[in-house]
Every structure is written in structure tokens, then in C-alpha cells.
Design a protein around this ligand. Structure first.
Ligand code: LLP
Length: 422
């Protein structure tokens, strides 16, 4: 559920006319709805309320510091995967003891900064990483809290690029090896073992893979207990899917939480969840304007001013995003391709789809763009990155300005050697 709805013929974000925002800030831009974020926050909290828990919102889904601050204000922590995300987390005022650090390739520098900041724990993805964290912690005379990320070999039945919990994926430590590594971790002077973690993939629309993964973690939890290793945190990662198409029915957070709770009655640990998409995905839209239409020999092309550099999901995963007119004009629909201005055939938002008969100058809303939209955007084709706008009721704020052309070459320079023709 989201708060991008028509009032008459006009698409509104909460109580704000989207066409009005477009004329104020220009196109394209990302637009987020505060009320939708809060609705999803409440749904998730309510869903997991039967479990002792802490939610660490996954920064990578939408990393804007205002979005982070909204969740931090509500008491959530953050799941980070880089020094840059650590910086964002701290700049947004996240208490360090609510930060978990995931990811397969942490550098010494990132590890040191995270330890010194006092994060809750590292989700460790390999034996080598464990040794490195120990080395860094030892060097600076600190103790690093860790959990091991287990690869439970469970098929989340999602797009292969976003499945992470299978043995063929690079993530986590194989289930069969993990106890040995726990033993090793437990004997390292500057390591404190506090948790078990996993994350099996993203945009998962079945409940069963989550339950199966938890069952494996639970078995491990009891085995570790027998080995004298007390686990305080069980981190189940993120991954809950959202309905990109109206007919899609992913498990509701309530169903997810209550089913985990059913399996968890004999577990004495705090559960950590790292949701991203389910919180921000449908709380964001991409607003773009039609530059041209082309009636090709084969089909109609609607060329808009946003491109795959702004929203890469359709090109990368062939993902579906609903397309709506910002102002309904009626008339017949046509089968068209909605494409961007980039010099790539993969630069599309919708293909061969029945959509309004868009014309030059019309505004188009691309839905479900709040997660992995702006955060995956780039400057490809030397296009300045677009602004992010947050709406609350009838007010809106620019929470990231449109980049300038100066921004495009920031940090670049022409060495004297090349200033004159050689
Ligand atoms: N925790 C970890 C360790 C993760 O790797 C991820 C996402 C999450 C939590 C949050 O997962 P979520 O709740 O959002 O599913 N770019 C892709 C998605 C990549 C997901 C990467 N990891 C997309 O646009 O679909």
C-alpha cells in the first residue's frame, strides 16, 4: 500500500499535486512519500512484535540521509556494507550500537573505523575475514563483536542476480564449515562471538525459504550452545518482496514475523532484521517527462528524460515497474516501449506494454522505485544525478539537489603534461 493516488485526473503524492512538484523542481526526479514509509515501518514493527527484536534498515536500498534519519528517529538501527554507508549512518545520527556491518569484502580501513565507532557487530563472511577483523582489533587494542553469516543453501526462488543463500553464491560461510569457524572465533582474544546471521536473497515472494533458513540457523544456535557458545543475536537479514505488479502477493510482514515466532519459542536471543525493499520500495516513484514519441516500424517508442542511469532495475534484472500518467487524459491505450535517452538498447523502463497514449511533454510516474533506484544510479552518459524529493501531506522538501555539470567533473583534472598538444 502506498499514498500515490489519483484525485480526479491528477496523480497526488499524499496531498501534494505531483505535476506541481514537477513544475517547481523540473524533471526527472525521485519522489518519496513519508506517510508510506511510516506505514511500512509500522507494518514491519507490528509483524515482528512477538519476537524480541531490533530492526536494522538496510541502507543500500535507499541511502538518503533524511530517509535514514526518519527510521533512526523511530528507533531503528542500520545495516551497512561499506565505509561510505558507515559514514552515512553516523552522519544521520544512528547510535553506533545499532549498526551491523555486512558484506563479503570489508577492507582493513573499514573494519578499523567500524570498530572504533563501536558498532554492534560485523556479519563475517569468511574465515579470512574473521582473521583480519581479529588482527585489526588486536592492533588497536579493541574487542570486535561478530556474528558469522551462514550460507544455508536455500533457494529463495528470486532473480539469480539477487539470490544469495545458495552454495554457488559468493555469500556467507557454508553451513558444514561454520561450526569449526565458530570454534576458532571463540578462541581469538580480540573477538567476541555474539551472533548468527544469514541473508538468503532479495525480492523473495514465498514464505517457505525464510522458514527453512531460520530452521537451519536454529539448529546451529542449539549446537553452538552445546559447544558453550552463547548466541545473543540471530540476524535473519532482509529479503521480503513487494508487489511490483498488482497481482503479486508476497508474504505480509505479519505472516513473516508470526511464522518465525512460531518456530522461535525455544530460542532465547534478540532477532535482528535487515529489511530494505519492503520498507522503501513502494514509497518511492520516479517522475519523468516525455521528450519525444516515435512510431517505429515495429512499435511505438515513448522517449522520456530519465534513463537507465537513474533507474537501472529494468535493464539489470528485467524488472517490472508499473507506469502511470501523472495526469490522466483518457483516450485509447497503445502498446509501447518506454525508453530513456541513453545510448544502449537496454535503456528501457517498460517494453511492449499497453500504456496511455503518451505525448510529448506528458509526465510519467514509474512506480516501485523507492528501493535500489537512486542508490544504484550513476552518471553514465555524463548525466547529472537527479534530485530526491520527500513529501509529507501537502509539503515537500528537496532532500538531495539535482547534480550540476560541475559535479560531473569534480575530482577530475588534466595534468600539466596534457594541457598542451604533445
Ligand atoms: N541484508 C543484506 C546482507 C543484504 O545484502 C541485503 C540486500 C539486505 C539486507 C536488504 O535486502 P531487501 O530487504 O532489500 O531485499 N539491487 C537489487 C537488490 C539487491 C539486494 C542486495 N542485498 C534490486 O534492485 O532488486
Amino acid at each position: 500500500m502506498h499514498f500515490f493516488q489519483y484525485k480526479g485526473k491528477k496523480l497526488f503524492a499524499e496531498d501534494t499535486d505531483i505535476a506541481q512538484i514537477a513544475s517547481d523542481v523540473g524533471t526527472p526526479f525521485y519522489l518519496y512519500s513519508y506517510k508510506t514509509l511510516i506505514r511500512h515501518y509500522n507494518a514491519f514493527e507490528n509483524g515482528v512484535k512477538l519476537l524480541p527484536h531490533m530492526v536494522c534498515y538496510s541502507v543500500k536500498a535507499n541511502s538518503n540521509i533524511t530517509i535514514l534519519k526518519i527510521f533512526i528517529n523511530k528507533g531503528w538501527g542500520l545495516d551497512i556494507v561499506s565505509g561510505g554507508e558507515l559514514y552515512r549512518a553516523l552522519m544521520s545520527g544512528c547510535p553506533p550500537n545499532k549498526i551491523v556491518f555486512s558484506g563479503v569484502g570489508k577492507t582493513d580501513e573499514e573494519i578499523r573505523r567500524a570498530i572504533q565507532a563501536g558498532i554492534l557487530m560485523f556479519n563475517v563472511e569468511s574465515s579470512q575475514e574473521l582473521e583480519e577483523i581479529h588482527k585489526v582489533a588486536n592492533h588497536i587494542g579493541e574487542i570486535a563483536r561478530i556474528s558469522l553469516r551462514v550460507n544455508p543453501d536455500i533457494d529463495p526462488e528470486t532473480h539469480p542476480y539477487i539470490a544469495t543463500g545458495l552454495f554457488k553464491n559468493k555469500f556467507g560461510i557454508p553451513y558444514s564449515e561454520v561450526k569449526e569457524i565458530y570454534k576458532k572465533a571463540n578462541n581469538l582474544s580480540n573477538i567476541e562471538v555474539v551472533g548468527i546471521s544469514c541473508h538468503i536473497g532479495s525480492q523473495i515472494i514465498q514464505l517457505q525459504p525464510f522458514i527453512d533458513a531460520f530452521k537451519k540457523l536454529k539448529e546451529l544456535y542449539f549446537d553452538l550452545k552445546k559447544m558453550g557458545i552463547e548466541i545473543k543475536y540471530i540476524d535473519l537479514g532482509g529479503g521480503l518482496g513487494i508487489p511490483y505488479k498488482e497481482e503479486e502477493k508476497p508474504p505480509h510482514p505479519e505472516e513473516y514475523g508470526s511464522n518465525i515466532a512460531k518456530e522461535a519459542s525455544d530460542v532465547d536471543a534478540t532477532f535482528i532484521f535487515e529489511p530494505g525493499r519492503v520498507i522503501v520500495g513502494n514509497a518511492g516513484v520516479l517522475i519523468t517527462r516525455v521528450l519525444f514519441t516515435k512510431d517505429g516500424a515495429d512499435r511505438r517508442f515513448v522517449v522520456v528524460d530519465a534513463g537507465m542511469n537513474d533507474l537501472i532495475r529494468p535493464s539489470l534484472y528485467n524488472s517490472f515497474h508499473q507506469v502511470l500518467p501523472v495526469i490522466k487524459k483518457g483516450g485509447k491505450e497503445t502498446v509501447s516501449d518506454l525508453v530513456g535517452p541513453i545510448c544502449e538498447t537496454g535503456d528501457f523502463f517498460a517494453k511492449n506494454r499497453k500504456m496511455p497514449n503518451f505525448e510529448k511533454g506528458d509526465l510519467v510516474a514509474i512506480l516501485g522505485a523507492g528501493a535500489y533506484g537512486f542508490s544504484m544510479s550513476s552518471n553514465y552518459n555524463s548525466r547529472p544525478r537527479i534530485p530526491e524529493i520527500l513529501v509529507k501531506e501537502d509539503k515537500f522538501w528537496v532532500i538531495r539537489v539535482r547534480e550540476s555539470e560541475e559535479d560531473l567533473i569534480r575530482g577530475e583534472n588534466i595534468p600539466d603534461h596534457f594541457k598542451e598538444e604533445q
